[in-house]
Design a protein around this ligand. Structure first.
Ligand SMILES: [Zn+2]
Length: 355
């Protein structure tokens, strides 16, 4: 019998990032032995942007292709169940998730439930779910992500992703920059609560954040190099979670703050934007150089104040106070500092998040 110390890592076998990488899709399928039947899970818009093209390429190579369109903007358990039905009916060898985060999450979770491998084809780069084994689905008891499985391949075409509004790219940077904080929270949980901690996975997540900071000058609208740097960082974050088997290397107190904002005011801003703002404040709580985080966010064009994204100051304070109760089992700096209304307000004010 295997020892309970055995650590299993589920990682992508192929990661392709680059200009017109979608054209390699058949080759990837062939290499992985998927030569008969594929199901594409996508959204209405992403179907037009990329999925139709992928379907046509595979069909022309002789594969049977079916397409399942997810119509909800925010994925729910019902969307996952419908996708599972489509998988059961069509019995594909592999499921493609083609779209922004939400469609990929539906494909990831439904394929995991049906034990069918999954290929991730992101059409946007606004957060780190594209290569991770975790999916965010709304309507569950907790706003945290649930474990699904890692994609067997990730194909990210920079010529597709470069066309999304720049705000999404900046948001993706915010999600990656937040790893300066999440890795510290994870380490803290290890030191204080003896939680499992994998230094290698934490280093990889941290390196992704450093990768953005070191290449900050590439981030501007229509910069292919910027998109490439961001995709590399996002894939590394996903791999860090795959190695760790938990989202902890990439999700700490700054993500709890973002989840709290979602609870009070869903869709007020993008996930990475909220995590970026949270990172500035949580970095100060950790006693690290929060100005470096704020400046990096500013340079990539991500919001650094509540005003930048139209969040009322009162909501920032409310979310700071709520954050530590969102996932009580996740130990972070918020458990150490126990914010009060006054200290939460002072924290937001002293970091310039509110004025
Ligand atoms: Zn995130």
């Amino acid at each position: 019998m295997l020892s309970s110390n055995v650590h299993r890592m589920h990682l992508p076998r192929e990661v392709i990032v680059g200009d017109r990488s979608l054209e390699l899709i058949y080759e990837v399928c062939e290499n992985l032995g998927f030569n008969r039947k594929v199901l594409i899970i996508t959204g209405k818009i992403t179907n037009r942007i990329a999925a139709q093209k992928v379907g046509k390429m595979l069909y022309n190579e002789g594969l049977k292709v079916d397409c399942h369109i997810v119509s909800s903007h925010i994925p729910t358990l019902n969307d996952v169940l419908e996708a599972e039905e489509a998988i059961e009916k069509f019995k594909p060898q592999v499921v493609f998730g083609i779209g922004g985060g939400t469609k990929i999450d539906v494909a990831k979770l439904s394929s995991a439930h049906k034990c069918v491998p999954f290929i991730s084809v992101p059409t946007s780069a606004s957060h780190d779910g594209m290569a991770s084994p975790f999916a965010s689905i709304k309507g569950l008891e907790k706003p945290s992500s649930i474990k699904a499985h890692s994609p067997i391949a990730v194909i990210a075409d920079t010529s597709v992703i470069i066309n999304v509004p720049y705000r999404f790219i900046a948001s993706g940077c915010g999600d990656v920059i937040s790893k300066f904080v999440s890795t510290l929270d994870w380490k803290l949980a290890h030191e204080k609560k003896n939680e499992y901690y994998a230094k290698y996975a934490a280093s990889l997540a941290l390196m992704s954040a450093q990768h953005i900071v070191e290449n900050v000058n590439f981030f501007k609208p229509c910069s292919e190099e910027g998109v490439r740097v961001l995709l590399e960082a996002l894939v590394s974050c996903g791999v860090a979670m795959g190695i760790a088997g938990t989202s902890k290397p990439c999700s700490g107190s700054e993500h709890l703050f973002s989840h709290a904002l979602d609870l009070f005011s869903p869709n007020i801003a993008l996930h990475g934007e909220q995590c970026g703002l949270g990172s500035i404040m949580m970095a100060k709580l950790h006693g690290i150089e929060w100005e470096m985080i704020r400046d990096a966010l500013k340079k990539v064009g991500a919001p650094v104040t509540a005003r930048d994204i139209g969040i009322p100051a009162e909501l920032i304070v409310k979310a700071l106070l709520k954050a530590s109760t969102i996932l009580p089992e996740r130990y972070t700096i918020l458990n150490e500092k126990c914010l009060t209304r006054k200290t939460a307000y002072d924290l937001a004010k002293s970091t310039g998040v509110i004025d």
